[in-house]
Design a protein. Structure first.
Length: 155
């Protein structure tokens, strides 16, 4: 359970990195498209046609942020009930809460663009909380192994 918890926590942290890269790729591609004379408007967005290279970054960001990371955060919380590490459940709950806030801020951006500020800063909070959760369980596992080997009776 310790290993699965740690792996899922690292997946969440990696997912945040992928999210940042994907949105930067999407915006960069869109800026390049506009500088070359392209127009991004409602009709283009609703057409569903990929018209510039970076557009896939927006899709990666949307799928990762609305499906992959939230699902991983729920799995982390479920795994936390089988992990015998002090604070594992609390950290998993914090990660899930931050991810929920992240999703709500992301979906609210269209109506309240200032939520983008919260969305960006909260992404760092998700990253830090998931890394801390992974490291905490990893350290606890290492201490348990060291204690078990030191308690062994020498031959």
């Amino acid at each position: 359970m310790h290993r699965a918890y740690g792996v899922i926590a690292w997946i969440i942290a990696g997912g945040v990195a992928v999210q940042a890269a994907a949105i930067a790729f999407g915006v960069g591609g869109m800026v390049h498209f506009v500088q070359d004379g392209g127009v991004v408007d409602k009709a283009l967005i609703e057409s569903g046609q990929v018209t510039y290279l970076g557009e896939i970054g927006f899709w990666i960001h949307a799928i990762g942020g609305a499906v992959v990371i939230p699902l991983a955060a729920v799995i982390l919380l479920l795994l936390s009930f089988g992990v015998r590490v002090r604070g594992a459940r609390m950290l998993a709950a914090i990660v899930l809460g931050l991810v929920a806030l992240q999703v709500m801020a992301g979906f609210g951006l269209r109506d309240l663009p200032y939520l983008g500020l919260l969305h960006g800063v909260n992404a760092l909070a998700v990253l830090l909380a998931s890394v801390y959760a992974a490291l905490r369980v990893s350290r606890s596992s290492r201490k348990t192994i060291e204690k078990a080997t030191s308690d062994a009776v020498p031959a």
